[in-house]
Design a protein around this ligand. Structure first.
Ligand code: SAH
Length: 227
């Protein structure tokens, strides 16, 4: 009998036990929202990575995705998503319109698509977004609008939730202004030495509440587009 190594490897990577272990680790680190834990248990993170790295997909690690960028650590993806959906507990799609800056490999985009009616995701490195688009199409995701652009250049549209996966030195005023009242922005803020994951809530036309959550390390928010 010949054993198809690919199949075995695939089973190993996607086995419920491996994913369950990741969920246990996320719970230990403080992720409590069952909707997030279930979504992460059921999301095929290995499909967003190159084959050589896919055996490590369910470890608590940030991993390279090419073009000097990284897929965020599962805990950070869970934490950021949890913050965005925490106000709305009843609906299965807690967010209407969500904006993501920094598509990367599309894993965070996938999570956001599960909890949002519509996601717009912006990436400055075109080939990275092309790959993410293919992966998400393969997963039958049809509520994501992809844009190759510099996330510093936004139009006037407003969102319930905004997530930036790249760190500006300070919170950009134009990002805050893209929030609907009641909307939330989550992003790392700082330079390569120190960044703080920050949550901003727009409580009225002119009032925002900022909360500093924890120290993190993301790639910087850069300018311009790479094709
Ligand atoms: N959540 C992604 C993280 C990717 S890393 C993932 O899990 O794969 C952050 C991404 O932000 C990188 O792909 C980088 O190219 C992108 N980025 C950096 N500056 C940007 C900008 N100004 N506009 C859009 N994307 C940007």
């Amino acid at each position: 009998m010949t054993i198809d190594k690919g199949v075995l490897q695939g089973q190993g990577m996607t086995s419920l036990r491996t994913r369950q272990r990741l969920i246990e680790r996320l719970t230990e680190k403080g992720i409590a929202d069952v909707r997030i834990l279930e979504a992460m248990r059921d999301s095929p993170r290995h499909l967003f990575l190159d084959e050589a790295l896919s055996t490590r997909a369910y470890e608590e690690l940030a991993l390279p995705i090419g073009y000097q960028q990284t897929i965020s650590q599962p805990y950070i993806v869970a934490r950021m998503t949890e913050c965005l959906i925490s106000d709305e507990r009843l609906s299965d799609k807690p967010l209407n319109n969500t904006l993501e800056i920094g598509t990367g490999c599309g894993y965070q985009t996938y999570l956001l698509s599960l909890f949002s009616k519509k996601v717009t995701t912006i990436e400055r490195i075109e080939p990275l977004q092309e790959k993410a688009k293919k992966t998400l199409k393969g997963l039958k995701v049809n509520n994501v609008n992809f844009k190759v652009d510099d996330g510093n250049n936004l139009d006037q549209k407003k969102y319930d939730a905004i997530l930036s996966a790249a760190a500006p030195l300070q919170i950009p005023q134009n990002l805050k202004e893209r929030l609907n009242i009641g909307g939330k922005l989550i992003l790392p803020v700082g330079d390569s030495r120190q960044q703080i994951l920050t949550l901003v809530k727009r409580v009225s036309k002119d009032k925002y509440i900022e909360e500093k959550l924890e120290e993190v390390l993301f790639v910087p928010l850069l300018k311009g587009v790479v094709s």
